[in-house]
Unconditional design. Structure first.
Length: 72
């Protein structure tokens, strides 16, 4: 985390979109994929600056958007 402690922890296990077609085009799958068919399901922890960078890269079309939606 950065100095102010703000950030996000993303776990595929907590995502409402897990095991749907949204996973194929999610930045978390993109970042954690170790080959074409296998995605690690370890939580991804991003500090605030990293979240901003991921969002900017997504808006620029350089990486997929974040499709994470916490299941209630």
């Amino acid at each position: 985390m950065n100095g102010n402690g703000w950030g996000i922890t993303i776990s595929c296990d907590d995502c409402r979109m897990q095991s749907t077609s949204a996973c194929d085009d999610c930045v978390v799958s993109f970042l954690l994929r170790d080959d074409e068919e296998h995605v690690e399901h370890e939580p991804l922890v991003l500090d605030l600056d990293q979240v901003r960078v991921v969002r900017l890269l997504g808006k620029a079309g350089l990486v997929p958007d974040l499709k994470y939606d916490v299941a209630s």
